[in-house]
Design a protein around this ligand. Structure first.
Ligand SMILES: [Zn+2]
Ligand SMILES: [Zn+2]
Length: 323
């Protein structure tokens, strides 16, 4: 295995689920397609559909696990980290006491809210390493474990916690994995991450508006998009919404696709789904993305332009990718 990536939380801004009314109408839509003459059982019918078509994209905010042969890295502590913590505590991941390496892109609520629910913090003998470009990372993490926001103070945590301040755009080695932070386009600086191991590369580009698009504008941050096998990109908005929500710090799939085509990125997963987006709305954004993707391919054909192959999809909670 070169790199394994699991998406524990893919929502943006706020953890959210559809309302009971929303779920009821979604279930009604699904059931309206069920024909007992064609499908022997309800479970066979559901199995014939994609997981996210039935169950949605998940509620948890940003948390991504990236694993190489020898190193496990967690990117951000959104509420998705809680399910990851549950898996660790069930003992099935094999090493309850870590060490855990957690890289923080930035400290907006949706990227830190799950950290107090990462149970290894409370286990004696556990080693937890926090990494970030922010020079005050220790103060920022300490502030999360503080009354009246959380009843257990940082000083009471049983785990041994270490802090590592990374230099922007400078590679840092964790075991057999190399991580390099690059600047994204977001209010309050957000540092995306390039993760490399065994010749494979994952590029974490959430949260970003993608306002710098040309190679010249990106300057030293262009490396975040070069020689990438899998890019995780912010697509909270539709393309028209992007104009209405300028400077909100989030992007649209069309921006990510343009980057991917130009830089030859092999696969893109879009995420940071809007807290208000229903399954049907995300499907509609996917349809718009497909339309644009097809237009790019057709346009390239008409102009006799070489365009690299690029796979893409919208991420859902629990999705696993092996590179
Ligand atoms: Zn966010
Ligand atoms: Zn943010």
């Amino acid at each position: 295995m070169s790199l394994y990536v699991k998406f524990w939380g893919v929502r943006g801004s706020l953890p959210s689920s559809m309302t009971p009314q929303g779920w009821t109408s979604h279930i009604q839509n699904i059931l309206s397609e069920y024909d007992s003459k064609k499908s022997n059982t309800a479970s066979q019918f559901l199995a014939s559909k994609k997981l996210h078509e039935v169950g949605g994209y998940g509620t948890g905010t940003t948390c991504v696990e990236v694993k190489s042969a020898k190193t496990q890295l967690i990117i951000d502590g959104g509420t998705g980290i809680r399910n990851f913590s549950e898996k660790i505590m069930s003992g099935t991941s094999g090493h309850v006491k870590g060490p855990y390496h957690i890289y923080m892109t930035h400290f907006h609520w949706d990227h830190v809210m799950g950290l107090p629910f990462f149970t290894p913090h409370f286990i004696s003998g556990t080693q937890i390493h926090y990494y970030g470009v922010q020079k005050d990372i220790e103060t920022l993490i300490r502030g999360i474990f503080k009354r009246p926001y959380f009843p257990v103070a940082f000083e009471q945590l049983a785990a041994k916690i270490h802090f590592h301040i990374l230099e922007p755009r400078q590679p840092y080695q964790i075991g057999d994995m190399t991580i390099t932070p690059y600047l994204l386009d977001h209010p309050d600086p957000c540092w995306g991450l390039k993760v490399e191991a065994a010749g494979k590369c994952y590029s974490h580009c959430v949260d970003t508006e993608g306002t710098r698009v040309s190679r010249e504008e990106l300057g030293p941050d262009l490396h975040l998009y070069e020689k990438v096998d899998l890019m995780y990109f912010d697509a909270q908005y539709t393309f028209p919404e992007l104009a209405e929500k300028a400077n909100w710090g989030h992007s649209a799939a069309q921006i990510g696709l343009d980057l991917a085509f130009r830089e030859g990125i092999k696969k893109v997963l879009f995420a940071h789904h809007d807290p208000g987006a229903t399954i049907e709305q995300i499907q509609s954004i996917k349809d718009q993305t497909l339309e644009y993707f097809q237009w790019r391919l057709d346009h390239a054909k008409e102009c006799n332009e070489e365009i690299p192959a690029c796979e893409w999809d919208f991420a859902y909670e629990g999705l696993e990718i092996k590179l």
